[in-house]
Design a protein around this ligand. Structure first.
Ligand code: SF4
Length: 601
């Protein structure tokens, strides 16, 4: 096999058994790797009704056949599990340098089952695998953990670990790798914590073979077009915070818990403001020349201190405009804190926003929280984030997520998410396709299971009315299928999903790596198979149309003035069409015919 390493590592933390098994070529060709391979394994082996935080749940780390091949932006991996936040299948994506070590150590996937009796970490030094005592790092933040574990193992090892939030089973805890990169979404960090597993420490020194190195050079050269595209250039200059300006200009920047789509203080929290105040240098994941990451430091005239990476756009929206914090330094501080404590910044922001709105509505009192939490109060948000991670006082309730908090205090409508997961930073009333995408995502409000920004906002390849339902069912299904494939093969969504023409390049790259010709249509079909497989997983748990929902704020409350004034998301109309396009019943269940077509029945 080329592209793949050909080996799956299995670790049972309950009894300490470690096994290696060959990756079956059929499985690899049908499900590729990453999200697809891990979903297939999960569906085949998991007791689907298990407690997500019990020992029976599985946590699967998986890279893809393009990871580390030299394809642009190929330093990515996925973490797949049953989510403690949504109760559905989930797949969380991350980059950095950890994926390179993971793959060159010789593995396509690492499957973790059971629960260790006491805190442990996994030390993988190429083919040598050990379960080690983690007493020295349990309770430590993610930065300290990386430092200590590198000293205990090797300086050139790479670390993916949880912070206190994961140990304390915060429902939206993240797995952090290389200190500042996060497999953030859906609570995969809590699953890791429930297994008493603090970290995976990996050193890999092997190489990756591709089927046709000469042929492989051709798409590599072509891929330079990605870097030269306008969006590629802008990403390099401003990083993902460039989306502050794009979203604000389109009245699509979620503001004050999605009450509005325009943040009047946008200029104080955008990419240019970061360049002026906090940017040290731009930074990239392994094998990426786009450099969209931001290495930052808080300036001496700020009341906050610290140094690290970020924030990314999603954090700027969630802990900035969405809670009315207009200070890039305060947002940066919250970002550092979330990374150190190991919390997903998006669900952190979504939960804090729900708390602020509950306070404003008089449904949650200062006495219950222990201190005032009002819109725009960054210091209160910082205190709340720390309490959430440590499950201190009111933090224990908030650690269950925004949906839980909103329901507990009698106002479920203030939770801005779907299937229990908070939304990413794209306001569906200003781009209704994104609303359909959130509603039908296997794990709720996730932006990495597809994104319609390029078509609905940027008008590429062709302008599309962001406020109209027309064509959105086809668009969303296509984007979801494409993203599923991208997340199978170990590359980043940015270059391959946001820049026109690059999906074709991806088909060429994949073909060159694995030694079999795949067209664009072929890889979309694989993505469709994986997306349907996830739907089947959720279906077995009873999920269907009744779970493909959006908050009333998006479907019944009119959009604020500006572009799309008065607009709402016509979700039911779009769902009818979407299910038809998908070949599902009108209840959102894949038909037998569709499953046969996808070779899933
Ligand atoms: S585009 Fe950005 S996030 Fe994606 S691989 Fe490159 S540096 Fe990492």
């Amino acid at each position: 096999m080329t592209g793949w390493m050909g080996t799956i590592l299995r670790v049972n933390l309950s009894d300490g058994t470690i096994e290696k098994q060959p990756l079956s070529p059929e499985l690899a060709h049908d499900y590729v790797g990453g999200r697809g391979l891990a979903t297939k394994i999960l569906l085949d082996e998991l007791d689907i009704h298990c407690d997500p935080l019990g020992p029976d749940n599985m946590l699967i780390f998986a890279n893809g056949p393009l990871t580390l091949t030299g394809a642009l932006s190929s330093g990515r991996y996925m973490v797949v599990s049953k989510s403690p936040l949504t109760g559905t299948i989930c797949s969380s994506n991350s980059g950095g340098y950890f994926p390179a070590a993971f793959k060159t150590a010789g593995y396509d996937a690492i499957i973790l089952k059971g629960r260790a009796e006491k805190p442990v970490y996994l030390w993988i030094n190429n083919d040598r695998v050990e379960i080690r005592d983690a007493a020295a790092v349990w309770g430590r933040d993610t930065r300290e953990t990386v430092e200590i574990l590198k000293k205990e193992t090797r300086k050139d090892a790479r670390v993916a670990c949880i912070g206190p939030a994961g140990e304390n089973l915060v429902r939206f805890a993240a797995i952090m790798n290389d200190a500042d990169r996060a497999a953030a979404r859906s609570g995969v960090g809590a699953v890791m914590g429930s297994k008493n597993l603090k970290a995976l420490v990996i050193r890999g020194t092997g190489g990756v073979r591709v089927a046709n190195p000469e042929e492989f050079l051709r798409p590599l050269i072509i891929s330079n077009h990605i870097k030269k595209a306008d969006l590629g250039i802008a990403l390099e200059e401003f990083g993902t915070p460039l989306f502050v300006d794009i979203m604000n200009a389109n009245n699509a920047m979620p503001t004050k818990n999605f009450q509005e789509g325009f943040y009047v203080e946008g200029d104080r929290i955008n990419g240019a403001e970061m360049i002026e105040k906090t940017l040290v240098r731009s930074k990239a994941c392994y094998g990426c020349s786009l450099n969209c990451g931001r290495n930052t430091r808080l300036p001496s005239d700020s009341k906050y201190t610290g140094r690290g990476d970020g924030p990314e756009y999603e954090t700027i929206y969630s802990l900035g405009s969405n809670i009315l914090v207009d200070d890039i330094c305060a947002i940066t501080k919250m970002n550092y804190l979330c990374n150190e404590l190991g919390i997903d910044t998006m669900d952190a922001g979504s939960t804090v926003a729900a708390v602020m709105e509950l306070v404003e509505l008089g449904k949650l009192s200062e006495k219950e929280i222990g201190y005032p939490v009002e819109w725009g109060d960054a210091d209160a948000a910082i205190r709340l984030l720390e309490d959430i991670a440590m499950k201190r006082g009111f933090g224990e309730i908030a650690a269950m997520g925004g949906q839980h908090v909103a329901e507990k205090y009698g106002a479920p409508e203030v939770f801005m998410g779907s299937k229990g997961q908070g939304f990413a930073g794209y306001h569906p009333r200003a781009m209704v396709g994104q609303g359909l995408l959130y509603a039908t995502s296997p794990e709720g409000g996730n932006h990495t299971t597809g994104n319609t920004v390029q078509q609905e906002i940027n008008g590429i390849p062709e302008p599309m009315d962001p406020l109209s339902a027309e064509g959105k069912a086809e668009l969303v299904a296509m984007r979801q299928n494409e993203t599923a494939f991208v997340e199978c093969c170990g590359v980043c969504v940015f270059p391959y999903m946001l820049i026109d023409g690059s999906f074709e390049i991806l088909a060429d790259l994949y073909s060159a790596a694995v030694g079999k010709k795949y067209t664009e249509a072929d890889i979309r079909a694989i993505g469709e198979r994986v997306f349907n497989l996830e739907r089947l997983f959720n279906r077995k748990l009873g999920f269907d149309r009744k779970n493909d929902t959006l908050p009333k704020r998006l479907t019944a409350e009119p959009h604020n003035d500006g572009i799309g004034e008065g607009n709402t998301v016509p979700l039911e109309e779009m769902l009818d069409e979407y299910y038809r396009v998908r070949g599902w019943t009108n209840d959102g269940v894949p038909t037998e015919e569709k499953l046969k077509e996808l070779r899933l029945a």
